[in-house]
Design a protein around this ligand. Sequence first.
Ligand code: FES
Length: 918
Amino acid sequence: MTTVDGVPLDAAPRPGQCLRTYLREHGHQAVKRGCDAGDCGACTVLVDGAAVHSCLYPAVRASGAIVTTAAGLPEGPDDPRPRFAAAAGFQCGFCTAGLVTTAAAAPAQVADPQERARALQGNLCRCTGYRAIADALDRHTTTAAGPVGASSPAPATERIVRGSEPFTFDGEAPPGTAHLVVVRSPHAHARITRIDTEAAEALPGVLAVLTHSDSPDVLFSTARHESRLDDPDDTRVLDDVVRFHGQRVAAVVGADLAAAEAGARAVVVEYEPLPPVLDVETARDAPPIHGEKTGSRIADPARNVVAALHQGVGSIAAGIAEARAAGGAVVTGTWRTGRVSPASLETHGSRAWVDDTGRLVVRTSTQVPFLVRDELARVLGRAPASVRVTTGRVGGGFGSKQEMLTEDLTALAALYTGRPVQWELTRTESLTATPTRHPMRVTATVAARPDGTLTALGIDLLSDAGAYGNHSPGVMFHGCHESMALYRCANKRVDAEAVYTTTPPSGAFRGYGLGQVQFAIESALDDLARELGLDPFELRRRVVVRPGDPFVASADPTEHPDDLAFGSYGLPECLDLAQAALARDGDPAPTGPTWRVGEGMASTMIATIPPRGHRAQAVVALEAGRYRVRVGTAEFGNGTATVHTQIAATALGARPDQVELHGGDTDAVDVDTGAFGSTGTVVAGTAVARAAEALATELRGKTAARLGVAPADCTLGPDGVTAVDGRRIDLADLAGARGEGAHGGSPRSVAFNVHAVRVAVDTATGEIRVLRSVHAADAGVVVNPQQCRGQVEGGVAQGIGTALYEEIRLDDAGRVTTRVLRDYHLPQFADVPRTEVLFADTVDTLGPFGAKSMSESPYNPVAPAIANAIRDAVGVRPRRLPMTRDRVWALCRHAAAVCDASDPPGDVTSAHGPARLV
Ligand code: FES
């Protein structure tokens, strides 16, 4: 018998069962599943007081032990849970139960800033950048309940720190829930010639085996947008052609997970190999990967081009000639970025069943429940009203859950078997078969007069879409848009193509293409500043767009009108803030003859809402003295539950604790595009504001009618509505009032980010230490300073991961070799420096209460800022992400022999070598 949180648990574990699964099966949901290899720490529990990763701990070994989860930690001075609550030490919160458990096991260690990195090395957080966690351990209180402008805590705070907030697979599954396991392709490209399911189907507990013969003959895209026509229809639920190593081949449904896994091992598949296309540089001359799919919105299927953009204004040649004639400078170079996994700590997964009314219900880990519902209905041939999609709290997304990656197959299996079915991806499936950031090769050309006036700005871009197009058009167009529109220049040109390869698909991830393109442009501008003898901050001041300028990416705005507008403009202030902050102290530089120190910066712009439509609706009702807000948005660590609560409370003169939010449910409202592109605040937040204001108007009107005063003489407060003469109607007496609001997402504003760093580089080893990291953000009115700071810190941490560590690597056969988190190198506590976050003082005329979005954009300038600092330190420019230690070492070696043509730079630079003047 095991004692768990003080309660005996006498059920015997199954043979070979790990403690994590045993505990979760018996309702202990504070134990999360983030990996299966002891890497992430989400499953941390105490066994007789010692912290263990329960995914590695045999359940049978816990017999007779005292097991403690986050739900059962003893209260008292060493209890870290109140500190995590007071410091908002989480965003999605999926890591939190494990973190507080680890912290509880080592109170002295985690209290010591020098020791805590070692204590926490087994606990990963993908959201926070660890600053809020350090604040919690340092006993800082950063939250204070209040309206817009206050650092109000998340409504779920107490449940998060105790592990009781239900994520996708928490809460009881419907009775009889079966499990799904997928057979995956061992080839990068092949046709399936035969699938023998007989042996699998004969196994005990196997309920069904689904193959491409059972798949609806409907093409769709896993990417989801308001208009489904934005994405190419090139995917089937199950296909008879596999186009990447790891693609779904068959789905085995078992009465339990073990039966489904055994069934998957017994499925026999025969393949006819097809030519793999693994090199994006030659893919346009390779055999077509989706050649038969005409009419699927693929730009040129015969050339494997899924999306293309070739356009410009003015003439790049003329701009270069102008710069040369004026005695200015011209820089061109090529930069490459890697495959980066969003790696949300909760993997993708879903549960599907048919309810008593015959409706298909899907509970899933998604950022876009309404868009998943609509596409599920289309693929399965059902009416949208016959499908309901809901979420629990989602354990991180970062754009990766703006895709339908599991729901189609789970739902198909549920309909096929008549049983509830669930499918939760393993971490290895997540790393090998879910979309990554698009690897890109970007050649940038910039030219300027001696005073910095840009005369030419051009990019030539090749994006690796992988096997399926999903977000590739959107990522490419967005990546080329704001990155080009940020700069004033008469001559601009974009030549960009996104190209299929038979490698794992690329997809949406924080920044949506801007990070890759800005890495090239901001690096080229850094070289340009050097050539012109200008300070890099000063060059940006001279070249960036200003209010009144048109937004010109590569097309004439008078011919291609956009709905982008300057709702506010805080970029100059961001440049000033970041420059001043960088000049202040940082960590002391390491001493020694091989260390070099350098500084770098980069600036970026982002539209606060995606183009081409983004809708949200909200309803606010007064029920039993409390305000109930219904909105479609799911909470996945983006903070919208907090922000929507604050917005409603502010509009209604209420306290945040008087507001209850119901979201993440297609039954909550009629429409909601979802939370991506940082729209949770500016689109759904505006809908909430409008609904709350409509309700406030109704409450004032009702009060005025009862008291015989004018509505304008009535003021809403936490207890009721008070007339100017002091008489008050209590909220309880106004029950039934409701307001509705909607927002269509147009016109759109722009937000800005500037990142600056000082780094030290050990030229002997390639080690990089970030000595100072500052980030200035133009977020408009900051609705929740603590939370917005956390979004910036999290984005910066992901930018540091991209810059220095993270890369999904493939072998020569197209097989992912980084199959567990420890090989992938997600940044740990010790890897992320503290970033000073500063906000420009602006009020946006388009966003709710003057706010702008600020979730995804902080990521974008980080890698180029670090690259520019490395260039400053060692004298040679990095050209490839990530700038891993071995690559930086090679870069330094090349720097030492830069004049020796026999010492090529290897993969630290492009085929063009170091940035050169032409
Ligand atoms: Fe740590 Fe999301 S808050 S993983």
